[in-house]
Design a protein around this ligand. Structure first.
Ligand SMILES: [Zn+2]
Ligand SMILES: [Zn+2]
Length: 157
């Protein structure tokens, strides 16, 4: 009967964390605030309204191998942020996550909302703790376990 309390705690703590992390990363994740930090139910379609220009631009960069995101649906932050434009990899969030480094603020928030690429789930907690601090690693592992079904013990250190 240990499951209820940690889950409730993790949901509360990670909701708070996500907002702090988004603010720290300079990205204001409006949806997180809007619903009080609660994770959206899985499968609840919430299509982002992207301009045709942005989605075409991201698609072209993906096709040329220059946009490697860690989400199921790639972020747009890296596309719209001027400091990313000149890079060989306009979005390198995937590489960052796998190397234990925090991805962009949009990806960080979306991962906590359950929208990360599930094949990368074992890397998420370590990568996000790179931004938030190692003290958050245990609660992040629990959150990733609850969200992506990867047991905390199987997540990378
Ligand atoms: Zn990403
Ligand atoms: Zn990104």
């Amino acid at each position: 009967m240990l499951t209820r309390i940690p889950t409730a705690f993790a949901r509360y703590a990670v909701g708070t964390l996500a907002i702090a992390a988004a603010a720290a990363a300079g990205y204001w994740a409006a949806p997180l605030l809007h619903d009080g930090g609660r994770a959206a139910p899985q499968g609840a379609a919430e299509p982002r309204a992207l301009s045709a220009e942005v989605s075409e631009g991201v698609r072209a960069l993906i096709a040329s191998g220059r946009y490697q995101c860690c989400l199921q649906n790639p972020c747009t932050y890296c596309f719209t942020d001027p400091s990313h434009q000149e890079r060989a990899l306009v979005c390198d969030c995937l590489e960052e996550v796998v190397n234990g480094e925090a991805p962009c603020g949009e990806c960080l928030g979306e991962i906590l909302e359950g929208k990360g690429n599930p094949l990368l789930a074992e890397y998420f907690a370590a990568a996000i703790s790179d931004s938030l601090g190692e003290a958050y690693l245990p609660v992040l592992r629990e959150k990733i376990e609850a969200t992506y079904g990867i047991p905390a013990a199987q997540q990378v250190e």
